[in-house]
Ligand binder design. Sequence first.
Ligand SMILES: Nc1nc2c(ncn2[C@@H]2O[C@H](COP(=O)(O)OP(=O)(O)O)[C@@H](O)[C@H]2O)c(=O)[nH]1
Ligand SMILES: [Mg+2]
Length: 313
Amino acid sequence: MGNDNEKKSLFDKLKVGLAKTRKILLTDVDDIILGSKQIDQATFDELEETLIMADVGPAFTYDLIERMREQVKRKELDKSDLLKQVLRDSMTEILSKSEAPLQIPKNDLFTIMVVGVNGTGKTTTIGKLAHRFKKKGMSVMTVAADTFRAAAIEQLEVWSQRVGVPLIKQKTNADPAAVIFDAIQSAKAGNTNVMIIDTAGRLHTKVNLMEELKKMKRIMTREIPGAPHEILLVLDATTGQNAIAQAKMFRDEIGVTGIALTKLDGTSKGGVLIRISKELAIPIRYIGIGEDLDDLRRFRSDEFVSALFEQNG
Ligand SMILES: Nc1nc2c(ncn2[C@@H]2O[C@H](COP(=O)(O)OP(=O)(O)O)[C@@H](O)[C@H]2O)c(=O)[nH]1
Ligand SMILES: [Mg+2]
């Protein structure tokens, strides 16, 4: 019972977080469909425009409209509800392909390297992840390998203290690979299950940044076979299609095994998840819907789609 209520309120929170994306995909789409005397080219044009605004991307929009057109032709779609069902089904179909939760083995050291452009939410997401893993009884360690700014180290320190997990750090401007090396020795000596590594994201020195990340990765692989076990790319949903460009860059340069999409709360660009699924085929592990410790959720396609389309009340 208590658990059900908790689930319900978490779901409501997701719905509230997605309000701006819902406004487009639910309310606006409804208005267009219900406002059309008959479903014709003008309806499709309007739908297309609206969907593009939700950042679902041109490829998805095109396929979707084609699918709707086909069904209207076959007269399978005289009811507007059915048209919306096509949208919902299309989203579910694509998003379910990206649902692949992170599997962390119990008795091994699992290493997560968190990467992404400055400001996307890396450090915050690490705090939330540490909290999440700790609640599950794992022993967690955070690593401050974004050594470029003192403030970055301090920020991770604050989160780590709040959550109550140890942090490995060195001085500002220390070699990030050396910080990681230290952390690995200390994790091996202790009983750490999960090690979460924060990295820098300053993009104006792209070549240097990627070289630095590659070096960190090499050290990890050398010290622990199979590491890094996860390269988690943090993307900011409010940046829409820019997030797609960032994902392609990180994927091509260092390889990405999972994505955390932050700041889905308060943006109308939640449809960018569709683009990530369709154009990148990288598992979406988590979504961020706020700034608090509990505001990181495992990505579940059915839950996400329900939160978008379920009517209020
Ligand atoms: N609303 C909202 N804000 C977020 C979320 N995740 C991160 N932030 C905020 O984004 C800002 C940048 O986050 P930070 O972790 O410092 O980014 P970093 O530079 O990638 O480490 C901070 O103000 C965070 O509180 C989220 O899911 N929702
Ligand atoms: Mg940071």
